[in-house]
Design a binder for this molecule. Structure first.
Ligand code: HEM
Length: 125
């Protein structure tokens, strides 16, 4: 396996940990378990920043095609929505159910956009 393939395997494994911890939080309910919430928060934030920096650095050396640029911006928007809605959800107060829907939709969208973008960029990463 080359460095890029190893990097992708690690990103996929970390994404699985984020999803498992998210569904676990949902199952445990409020007040959330501090260890699971902290792990979910830090790991998801870290991996989002890592993916954005990885793609941003590539864009500096090789200009993105418009579809790739569109996907990059969409990925950025859904990461921000997931992180912001996650921040609201982690409060122990009653949160409107649409925030949970935003968190769910943006999480799934982030996997879809990131997956397609990495697939398109695979030869250049
Ligand atoms: C890209 C970043 C993130 C992804 C992909 C993600 C993914 C998920 C997923 C798949 C779930 C389960 C959803 C459900 O069953 O309704 C979840 C739940 C949750 N996440 Fe995240 N998450 C992210 C960031 C965050 C952040 C930054 C926080 C906190 C600051 C957070 C806090 C929560 C909480 C509190 C729940 C439980 C919500 C509930 O009770 O349904 N998440 N997350």
């Amino acid at each position: 396996m080359n460095t890029f393939q190893i990097e992708i395997v690690v990103v996929v494994l970390i994404a699985i940990v984020v999803f498992i911890s998210g569904y676990w939080l949902n199952k445990l309910g409020k007040p959330y378990n501090t260890i699971v919430l902290t792990a979910h928060k830090l790991i998801s934030f870290g991996i989002s920043v890592y993916i954005v920096i990885m793609c941003y650095q590539l864009n500096k050396t090789e200009t993105f095609a418009s579809i790739e640029y569109g996907l990059f911006i969409s990925m950025l928007i859904v990461f921000i929505s997931a992180i912001a809605s996650g921040g609201f959800l982690s409060s122990n107060n009653q949160i409107p159910s649409f925030v949970q829907i935003i968190h769910r939709v943006s999480s799934i969208a982030s996997v879809i956009f990131t997956g397609i973008l990495i697939y398109l960029l695979r030869a250049r990463l």
